[in-house]
Design a protein around this ligand. Sequence first.
Ligand SMILES: Cc1ncc(COP(=O)(O)O)c(C=O)c1O
Length: 497
Amino acid sequence: MQIDRTGQPADWLADAPLFTAWQRFLHADAAPFTIPGHKRRASTLDPALGRLLDADVPLHGGADTVRLSGGVLREAEARAAALWGADLCRFSTGGTTHTNQVLCLAVGRPGDEVLVARNAHRSVLSGLALAGLRPTWLPVDLDPRTGGPLGISVATVEAALAAHPQAAALLLTDPSYLGTRSDLPALIGAAHAAGMPVLVDQAWGAHLGFAAGQPAHALALGADAMVTSAHKGLPAFSQASLLLARTERLDPDRLDRAFEATHTTSPAAAILASIDAARAHLASPHGGAALTRVASLVGRARARLRAAGLLVPGPEDHAPGRFDPLKLVVLLDGRADGLDVEQALLAAGLPVEMADRRTVLAQVGLVDDATTIGRLVDAILGAVADPPVGHPGDDPAAAGMTQGTATRHDVLPPQRLTPRQALFAAYQTVPRGQAVGRVSAELVAPYPPGVPVLVPGEEVTRGTLDALDAAMAAGTRIAYAADPTLATLQVVIDARP
Ligand SMILES: Cc1ncc(COP(=O)(O)O)c(C=O)c1O
């Protein structure tokens, strides 16, 4: 980021109409008789509460008029569409959770089939349930060396296209949680040749495509739509997400209707303005420069960690464009217990995005610098200097489950009901041993990142339970299950569709 020590706004912010409108409202001498109820005067109740709420400006009756007559959101979205090469862009305050649901609601009709990569986030599952779509799951290839996800192979997609030519869309998640990418041009080319739109959950790749020599984003690689969490890859507010689409194979009115049907009617302008500002930064030379600088710092961090004998995958281990250069993933390879490393990092004031017994995943942002990244590397090296000998998380085969893909299965379990049918089905709670062979009523996912291992409507198999056990043994939190110990599971009583 550009730092202006004079206190003047950075030059690139002048190109951010929604940010400018948000800021104008902050400085206006107004006594609004609109929502939000704090009226930006919560400091009269308590100064700390005021600090919390003072940045909260509504879009309606704040950054714009109640009637949105200024069109600042539309203008900001149009600029983002132009930057990403999209025909349509919407800014969401509901995270990529919301924008994934929008994509599902905008393709096909209830009962239609969709081809879905099995590393889909739980928000895709909720989108499928809302839209009544029938997923055909595509297994993700794993890296035998690291156990992490590699991506969906072209052969997998071609076979699925041949077997399911009537499917309404191909839904991919790219990059993976660990920074790996599929051969998107080949996958998209195959789907388009079959007349199928490709929708990409690029939640972890908002920064992709804006620095020379760094991987391109999904739209540039031919996707029909992508959704991305501005708050993950860019300096933006939590919950900030973009939906970007091309309309050759997708209906813009369906996208808009699906978006409006599921978005709040009171969006926070601060969140939306932060997307606008992040876009303006990317569009300026400062964006590319920051990406290049941070990628180089992460490259140096990888080199230091590798020199200490740690396994640290990077772009050089993959085909060009198939690894996010900003991703810092450390595989401890038996050198230390990742949960101990995480504790040491927490004690040093360096919380990380994810840690399990064999992995530490640090989310690096454009505002990181040599000091913050250096502190992180020093602390990791300090924590592995005196390693315990071996630990239960050493098995690379277990890693796929814990690190963002549910494809440890050789054969994916049958999807006996749609996620929507399972959501509304009568269910009962049974001891886990009795759940095998029954149909799951619930979604169970190691978190972070929330990639389901057990999907509603899917048959519960021994392989699934083993995989969840492996994730628990690796120290990963099992989320969303009614019984987080997994001693019992909720299954559908009558699994006839
Ligand atoms: C692949 C993927 N998609 C979507 C989401 C949801 O994004 P958000 O947190 O912006 O709602 C996540 C969150 O981690 C994710 O990992």
